[in-house]
Design a protein around this ligand. Structure first.
Ligand code: MG
Length: 383
């Protein structure tokens, strides 16, 4: 069993404009959550006793929305430079002098408790601790693309955040830092003031979101779990001239009776998606007693379930639908149904299956009283 973490406070710097990442990245969603929320949740879960998020003045509403439902944090206004922002955060935080403070960039969202533990456990012997990774690639010096020499990498490290200091150490170091000088990070400020800064093992997942393409890389690093859901639906045959199945209208001498367009394939699939998310069933989201759903196209229901999935940072992996009826013949329409579902779900065609079977004249489908549909959906969700 691991021992409890020492008491600590934290500052999350989220005041940047993120021009290189194509906009204020701290508010962008990653794995279904705003970027800044990842760090704040990680620090709160690790037991941060006080947490200040430094934001650009005027961003309070965005921060409140990004951290909705979380408690134990407050905000402070950022300054003209990163150093000013951290100073403001330290002022808002206050002492006690000996309390460890972790100072973290919101742009490094995938913060794990292991790094926090290594920082806090190393701090008592030194003035500051920073997580860093060794440089694996060989390094070259080049001018205009032409190599002009090698750089010895053995003593080089890639510094990350959070970085840990005792409150008084970092406050005093910043007080001694020249106003017009740009600080690479807090460790540089403490080093300049004569402090000893120790390196502990960082984490590749703590990558900094700098360029737009970094978001795709970070998404791929988020742990996910696979979920499966299934759905079933049946509707009764009645007088009509066409039937909707899996989003495709088929000419037929009967139609399916229902409150909406009675597309049992889409209804079963919607339930499969909701089931995979543990998010109720189609009747919870679209009550059949509600007149606004009368006669509507069932792709609305499926789109709603997909939207719920996206909002949670989930991804659809594949779907498989089985239609059970004696008539109409489904096979001539299967390809059109797959293409329609692939379009509705933004899935490649080979991740969408539509199958059909009869029940050999047995049961309600066999007697031609109704049509049934079954569906399975596989999704993955951030763990
Ligand atoms: Mg139905």
């Amino acid at each position: 069993m691991t021992s409890p973490l020492p008491a600590f406070a934290a500052i999350v710097v989220a005041a940047g404009s993120g021009s290189r990442a194509g906009g204020a990245k701290q508010w962008r969603r990653l794995g279904g959550k705003p970027v800044v929320r990842w760090s704040v949740e990680a620090l709160l879960e690790a037991g941060a006793g006080d947490l200040v998020v430094v934001i650009a003045p005027g961003s309070e509403v965005e921060l409140g929305a990004a951290l909705a439902g979380l408690s134990g944090w407050r905000s402070a206004p950022g300054g003209a430079t990163r150093a000013d922002s951290v100073r403001n955060g330290l002022e808002a935080l206050g002492g006690p002098d000996a309390r460890p403070v972790l100072i973290h960039d919101a742009a490094r969202p995938l913060l794990g408790v292991d790094v926090i533990r290594r920082l806090l456990e190393a701090l008592p012997g030194v003035d500051g601790v920073l997580p860093a990774l060794p440089v694996a690639d060989s390094l070259r010096r080049a001018t205009d693309g032409l190599v002009s020499g090698s750089v010895e990498r053995d003593s080089l490290w890639r510094a990350q955040t959070p970085q840990a200091f005792r409150y008084r150490t970092i406050v005093d170091a910043y007080a001694a830092w020249p106003v017009d000088k740009v600080a690479a990070d807090e460790a540089a400020v403490v080093e300049r003031a004569g402090g000893d800064v120790l390196i502990v093992e960082g984490d590749p997942r703590l990558m900094k979101l700098t360029f737009p393409e970094d978001f795709a890389m970070a998404e791929a690093l988020i742990p996910r779990r696979t979920r499966v859901g299934q759905g079933f639906d049946a509707h009764r045959w009645g007088p009509g001239s066409s039937v909707w199945l899996c989003g495709v209208e088929i000419a037929h001498d009967q139609t399916l009776i229902g409150h909406s367009d009675a597309d049992a394939g889409l209804h079963a699939l919607t339930d499969a998606l909701l089931g995979a998310m543990g998010d109720g069933d189609i009747g919870d989201h679209f009550p059949p007693t509600d007149p606004q759903w009368k006669g509507v196209s069932s792709d609305r229901f499926l789109a709603h379930a997909v939207e719920r999935l996206r909002a949670r940072g989930g991804r659809l992996v594949n779907v498989d639908v089985t239609l059970i009826c004696e008539r109409p013949r489904v096979k001539p329409h299967r390809q059109a149904m797959r293409e329609r579902l692939a379009d509705l779900l933004s899935l490649p065609l080979d991740a969408v299956s539509v199958k059909a079977t009869t029940t050999e004249a047995m049961g309600f489908t066999g007697r031609g009283e109704g049509l049934a549909a079954q569906a399975v959906a596989t999704i993955d969700l951030p763990a």
